[in-house]
Write a protein that binds this ligand. Structure first.
Ligand code: ADP
Ligand code: MG
Length: 239
């Protein structure tokens, strides 16, 4: 097993009087790609929001590189190297692509390295280079997703968390995004991927965690989960 990067134990979270997560245990190793799958409303986005500090943990513990980061602020968590690409991308629509990418680096002061990473992202996603001075709000859904992921990487994270990679995108675009993610991962970045298309999720990651009603139902290597009859029937539409 790889060294633990993110380690979550007995995590509880929710909104107001509504408890959504009921004792989640999860870990992501150094350089590992893990997916989080489950039905609509299972609590996947709530889990990412709690990990990135947007929601308070009510109980449990979140450790990153051995340090307790439970209930740190979003800014502190970003500073530790955890970045959250939210569902629906949330780009700054009137701002152009390059300026959106640069907002990802707002906590950094290493100008030469920022410039280098910007060039790297424009090489990784040539369509973004073509559209670099175009308002992000005028990009296609797939281009916006590329821009959101690239913006996340501009923070120089250790762990990239993506909520709903493929939602609303054509299969060809999803393949393209997957290939780009593989390239980035080859450079050592770890990934926690929330993905409603379970087959895609299993293709892109080596370990999976299935969440049901705010609890981990089953977890394991994706090659095992993908042939598990319960997982196939309940989550992959395979009878
Ligand atoms: N802002 C919110 N306020 C209250 N309840 C919410 C909010 N966001 C999500 N929920 C509830 O939390 C549960 C989990 O939602 P969510 O984490 O978005 O699930 P998933 O991402 O797995 O589809 C659902 O029952 C949902 O209705
Ligand atoms: Mg969600």
């Amino acid at each position: 097993m790889t060294a633990p990067l993110l380690s979550v134990s007995n995590l509880t979270s929710g909104y107001g009087d509504v408890q959504v997560l009921w004792g989640i245990d999860l870990h992501v190793g150094e350089g590992e790609a893990v997916c989080l799958v489950g039905s609509n409303g299972a609590g996947k986005s709530t889990l990412l929001r709690t990990l990135s500090g947007l929601l308070r943990a009510r109980a449990g513990r979140i450790e990153f590189q051995g340090e307790d980061i439970t209930n740190r602020t979003p800014r502190q968590i970003l500073g530790h190297g955890i970045v959250h690409v939210p569902e629906g991308r949330r780009l700054f629509g009137p701002m152009n692509v390059v300026d959106n990418l640069l907002t990802g680096a707002y906590l950094r002061s290493d100008r030469a390295a920022i410039r280098h990473d910007l060039d790297r992202m424009l090489t990784l996603f040539p369509i973004l280079a073509e559209r670099r001075y175009q308002a992000a709000g005028t990009l296609s859904g797939g281009e916006q997703q590329m821009c959101a992921i690239a913006r996340g990487i501009m923070s120089a994270p250790k762990l990239l968390m993506i909520d709903e990679l493929s939602l609303g995108l054509a299969p060809k675009i999803v393949d393209h995004l997957g290939a780009a993610l593989r390239q980035i991962m080859a450079e050592g970045l770890s990934l926690l991927l929330v993905e409603q298309d379970v087959a895609t999720a299993f293709e892109l990651t080596s370990r999976g965690v299935v969440v049901d009603s705010g609890r981990v139902r089953i977890s394991g290597p994706t090659e095992e989960l993908s042939v598990n009859p319960m997982v196939q029937q309940t989550y992959m539409g395979i009878a």
